[in-house]
Design a protein around this ligand. Sequence first.
Ligand SMILES: [Zn+2]
Length: 452
Amino acid sequence: MNKLEKIINLAEKRGFIYKSSEIYGGLKGFYDFGHLGVLLKNNIKKLWLKDILSMGNIFLIESTIIGPRVLYEASGHLENFYDRLVECKNCHNRFREDHLLEGEYGEIEIKDNKALCPLCKGELTEARNFNLMFKTYIGPVEELASEGYLRPETAQGIFVNFKNVINSMRAKLPFGIAQIGKAFRNEITPKNFIFRIREFEQMEIEFFVNPEEDEKWFKFWLEKRLNWYIKTLGISKENIIPYELPKEELAHYSKKTVDIKYKFPFGEGEIEGIANRTDYDLKRHMEYSKEDLFYFDQEKKEKIIPYVIEPSAGVERIFFALLCEAYDEDEVPNEKGELEKRTVLRFKSYFAPIQVAVFPLLSNRKELVEKSKKIYETLSKDFSVVYDSSGSIGRRYRRQDEIGTPFCITVDFQTLEDETVTIRDRDTTQQIRININEIESYLKEKLKICNS
Ligand SMILES: [Zn+2]
């Protein structure tokens, strides 16, 4: 197995991620998240919220996933949000034309100036536009007027609430509206595990600024977001790559976009995009809704349409990057002192899904079990904790290493005499003895976000 396969294997085996509808053969491009996956995802979202809410001028929103047809006419998605699709006339596999020509499906043969199917060398159809939005109908009648779409980005729910937020929150430029939520894209070829999927979660901020200050704020957000990956999530600098999109790759609304890419084992991939969406969206919604979406600038006494800087991050992609970043294999001594191979996820302790594991040395000694359960219950109030009493201590350590638990506490016979326990560090595997009433302060110190 290569590194990527090992990571996917571990994520599925240990309950981070499952294939969606697996008992029916799996649904391509969809994944479910298990207990540890949900905990890790929540931690990513919490760290993001903490970082942006501390600015004081970001307001939250949770808008609906389904929107009416007119919303996506206004946003330009019905007209512009498509991929060029070709189909093999022989095997009927479908490909994205751009990816086909880039060789993503393997080497392609050209005949009479036309690419052939990379799978069977069959003839391909002419490329046609394939819209990436999922369509549905709202209410019982299937007609144009009742068409609804699953949102392809959370952003539009923000733009249509622009006036509501200004009026209810007394928002003044510059300010942002942020949203975390699901978005859907009917990708022609989902691939690379949870990297390109059809249902995913976004963390987006639409940051409204005076049009004269768009470049200044673009720079601000690019730096702030790069910092978040490197300092808060602790991703090494070499693995985070800003990439400015050339004009021909820009989305229909964008004046400038810089992608933040992560060096995945399969290659570089975008985990966030910072875009200057200008006044495109607000203008279009004014045009289609006939509502006044101007902002009144109190100082200049004039009406303006703000520009928008949008940092848009993909939760699953960040999740995947953290798994890749944390994955490691090394050798550590077992109970007999012999070196043994282990797999370890070196998550930063403050966002590890489980922060502490509590073990009784032996599961058949009532005093040890009772004491451990008491410690488990106390710590559960402030930390993400598991209790585990099955198998040898060595096996229990290995299991916690594999899910990235930074600290393991063991209650042994000495505990019964002097109220001390051992705390073992995942990365160094070193153990220290401390008093039970010092555990909390010890952990709190260790789990603090380190910003240096
Ligand atoms: Zn074919």
